[in-house]
Design a protein around this ligand. Sequence first.
Ligand SMILES: [Mn+2]
Length: 314
Amino acid sequence: MRETLRQAADFLLAHDHYDILTHAYPDGDTLGSGYALCAALRQFGKKARVITTALPRNFVFLAAGAEEQSFETETVVSVDVADEKLLGANKETYGGRIALCIDHHEINRVDAPLKCVDSCASSNCELLFLLFAEMGVQVTKPIATCLYTGIATDTGCFKYSNTSPRTLRTAADLLDCGVDAPAINKALFDTKSPQKLQLEQEIYSTLSYCADGRCAVAAATLDTQRRLGVGDDELEGIASLPRQIEGVEIGIILREKDPNVFKVSVRANERLVNAAQFCARFGGGGHAAAAGCQIRGSLDEVVHLLQTAAEECL
Ligand SMILES: [Mn+2]
């Protein structure tokens, strides 16, 4: 890994005029990585900008120091992007042009001449912290804030199993650089818009159990989403709600995308049920603990279908 970090550092110091690509439906890790790397490169007098499909409201603070720069792109770098498909609308412009890929996903399918991938890192930002040390970047408060945000979001605020001793040490170093962790944690993990709270209330009111309380299903219907005016920002994170209930091994959330078309998110206790296999029954897939699929039908039909499948599994 040390050798790879050195190569990536040398590459970044040797080139200029950077477009830094983030993945579509950007999260705190890809955006934190993008804006941190952008600021780091500018420290060396280089031109750089972050290319993103969206900047969700709660992450606007990451872009605070990055004033617009106009230049002709020479070097394309991707951060936290596991596959070119995940570039979304930017795939057309940048597909096949990535010169350096920096990522932490176990499976990375980006075809780039230079790849710096560490699947032991909790987050891409944890990896960037090492890379910045190799480059001699001065980790200013804005850079540290970006890196901390990426680490915190990818680890569920240091709760998930990807939180390693190194993750916590990195976070400690970032706190030394002046990060206001309580403020970031409050804004990202302990704050809900009134609409989101109302949404959760309505979702809980649809909750039904089966398999002796070991499976819970709840739904956000199109009517609810329209009435509350909620979008992807508010719907983010609702998939984990039913799994928080004591005794529930399979938690399922349905989100109606079009009339009678449901996007199904399954969270499972992976020691008992494989969520990816569960979703494969309906043409979907994913990970052992978290997977998804899409099913057509009325709400009652879809719930019945999923409950029957859950009862077979449990
Ligand atoms: Mn990530």
